[in-house]
Design a protein. Structure first.
Length: 115
């Protein structure tokens, strides 16, 4: 069983930065991709960024150039660096990974951006 624990959320002013972390209970990120999703109030959960096990990355258009997804295989931790934050980035952010056709989600971390 894989457990994921997010941290790093909080309240920040528009234009500020936050660095989210996702700690895995096993060495899973080195062999599997990692995803960051977010869910704003009354909106569906959306995929924000993905890093494949080989290292390639993808982002939704609204965060390109502002967010950076990465991972530290030695520490079994994934990261989402968020710069130039906007009020519309406010959401609960979740990390996810997949292994053997199963999905594993963290509990989420709240990000609030004040204008």
């Amino acid at each position: 069983q894989v457990q994921l624990v997010e941290s790093g959320g909080g309240l920040v002013q528009a234009g500020g930065s936050l660095r989210l972390s996702c700690a895995a209970s096993t060495n899973i990120f080195s062999t599997n991709g990692a995803y960051w999703y977010r869910q704003a109030p009354v909106k569906q959960r959306e995929l924000v960024a993905h890093i494949a096990f080989a290292g390639s990355t993808t982002y939704i258009d609204s965060v390109k150039g502002r967010f950076t997804i990465s991972r530290d295989n030695a520490k079994d931790t994934g990261h989402l660096q968020m710069d130039s934050l906007k009020p519309e980035d406010k959401a609960v952010y979740y990390c996810k990974t997949t292994a053997l056709y199963r999905e594993y989600w963290g509990q989420g971390t709240q990000v609030t951006v004040s204008s």
